[in-house]
Design a protein around this ligand. Structure first.
Ligand code: 8Y7
Length: 284
């Protein structure tokens, strides 16, 4: 049985105010990517994604992030039609499951269609910089996660440079919060993310995590995506398939530094870590 969403009773569309949540939320990652080894085609990838999503809900996810385009370093973009074919059927199905749906996209056309289909949040690694992205999110009444990225996924890991990574990332996010507010997106619907791995060396990533609390004074909630990232593998020397412990550790550290939303693959493991954290901090 699906556990009831902590958002039930709220309008999933219009009143998402992550900032006011005291205990951190878990965002489960759902990738909709075609399986090149199966001839099941689109139906198979839709069906797999929905099944995976239901599993993450059962593990205790508070929100799901649906993505149809890989943004890993070196990845190449997919066209609007293909991204829509992958993402929209999954969003249409999951909006009936009483859990807020976030859509990981940078394309205004995908934003418009998925918000219309009931998506609660747009998670944009391009920080709503595409023409009309700000307007589409504002008009649709959706929440947004604004992510910092230096460069584009294709080349972002080629020699990233900062004088002061914390200050530069923060200045960028502040500018994008201002732009979003000017476009009519209220502050309560905005979340920021320093974008671990998006145009950053290991040192940049570790410094951003170390000083994550510097991002909590802008009146918006902070989301982090550290799950199974190569920066963790660089620290532990483990392969991606064995990154659960390091991912959970990084997520919990981020929580102690003020993160309110954790974007993760391993929902159950993260949920258990948070249960311990929550039990401890409620002691007076
Ligand atoms: C992040 C993300 C990815 C992240 C936010 C991966 C879509 C790469 N990473 N969105 N997306 N934050 N907000 O390894 O860190 O999951 S894709």
């Amino acid at each position: 049985m699906l556990s009831p969403s902590r958002f039930s009773g709220l309008s999933l569309r219009k009143t998402l105010d992550f900032y006011s949540y005291q205990t951190p939320l878990i965002m489960g990652i759902v990738n909709v990517t075609p399986d090149s080894f199966s001839d099941g085609g689109l139906y198979a990838s839709t069906d797999n994604a929905i099944r995976h999503a239901v599993q993450l809900i059962e593990e205790g996810a508070d929100i799901l992030d649906i993505g149809g385009e890989s943004t890993r370093p070196g990845s190449v973009p997919v066209c609007v039609e293909e991204e829509l074919r992958r993402v929209l059927p999954v969003v249409r199905n999951l909006v009936n499951k009483n859990i807020p749906i976030s859509v990981d996209t940078s394309k205004p056309e995908i934003m418009r269609a998925t918000i219309k289909a009931g998506a609660t949040m747009i998670n944009d690694i391009n920080a709503l910089r595409a023409p009309e992205a700000l307007e589409v999110v504002a008009a649709g009444g959706a929440a947004v996660c604004i992510v910092h990225m230096q460069g584009k996924p294709k080349n972002m890991q080629v020699d990233p440079q900062y004088d002061d990574v914390v200050t530069e990332v923060k200045d960028f996010l502040r500018q994008r919060i201002d732009a979003a507010q000017a476009a009519g997106i209220p502050r309560e619907r905005i979340t920021i993310d320093p974008g671990f791995g998006f145009g950053k060396t290991l040192k940049h990533n570790l410094k951003l995590l170390r000083y994550l609390d510097h991002f909590t004074d802008m009146g918006v909630s902070v989301l982090v995506g550290l799950s199974r990232k190569s920066m963790l593998g660089e620290v532990t020397d483990n392969k991606v398939s064995n990154q659960i412990y390091s991912s959970v550790s990084a997520a919990l550290f981020a929580v102690t530094k003020g993160a309110k939303i954790l974007r993760v693959h391993d929902v159950k493991a993260t949920k258990d870590a948070l249960a311990v954290y929550n039990a401890v901090i409620k002691q007076t």
